[in-house]
Design a protein around this ligand. Sequence first.
Ligand code: PEP
Ligand code: MN
Length: 336
Amino acid sequence: MIIQLSATISPEDKQSIISRVNKLGYKPNEVRTQKRDYIVAIGKKEFDIRILGSMPGITDIHRVSDDYKLVSAKWKVGRTAIDLGDGVFIGDGSLAIMAGPCSIENEMQIEATINHLKENNVRIMRGGVFKPRSSPYAFRGLGIDGLKLWYSLAKKAGIKIVSEVMQVSQIAEMVDYVDIFQVGARNTQNFNLLDELGKVDKPVMIKRGISGTIEELLSSAEYVFSAGNEKLMLCERGIRTYEKASRNTFDINAIPILREKSHLPVLADPSHGIGIRDYVEPIALAAAIAGADGIIYETHQKPEEAFSDGQQTLDFIESTKLISKLTRVQALSGGV
Ligand code: PEP
Ligand code: MN
């Protein structure tokens, strides 16, 4: 059960609600986000909801049967849209495009990518400066100095930044230089990281775990929301299956299912989803048709020289082609 509290509720009224919830056999959890205050009450007992609904300080009350509550579509009227500022939105009915290299490598690469994005009216650039790599000997990113350099160039160009945060201590380092914190597939269930991201006033994009279920992804999002941050989005990036013909198996099913289960924007990452450059385009288009609110993919001026994930990275010609196809698909399917 989610109890939405009025912005002006008195501490006494709040306390009375908490006591009443306890008496009903529910466990009350107080949640304060950037937007408002809630009490998330956990329990199963049947009772007449009017007992609570008439108490002062309550603006609305909803029963939510899902284990995740605040990210569930069952209580919120309308979908969540994320405002990145300067007219850049995710989840407002448009198709957001986020493109860039797997790893930020150097100034020339950043500039080339920014120019490519600007030519195609793409407003959000992806790139990792802290890279989770399967091998400790692989390139692990330029770190915070790389992010600062990237930020200075992106800001001048009016481009927003999405970048992965791997551990709690990096949040404070990165917060002034990113527009979206990315939680990578290997960290989807790093609950300490999720809790801390709940305390920042910056959007967070959570990727699905490598072997994670849809329910687990939603529960991870619930961590961030219940810790205070409503500016959240979900990302399907493929899961590990027994199939060896592709790097991961992009779960197209997850797109409509997540959109039905949650009010949060749903993004698709076809690059990691299939892991093969030639097939990124069809998977990206399929995800857009399936209803994704945005596509995040890897592009590089010379994919064969990329420091990481070159095998699944589009060159700028392929990327331009994809953007124009995505725009056409969006025009065809927008609002469907
Ligand atoms: C990435 O976006 O480059 C990345 C490492 O993604 P994932 O966490 O989905 O593997
Ligand atoms: Mn990558």
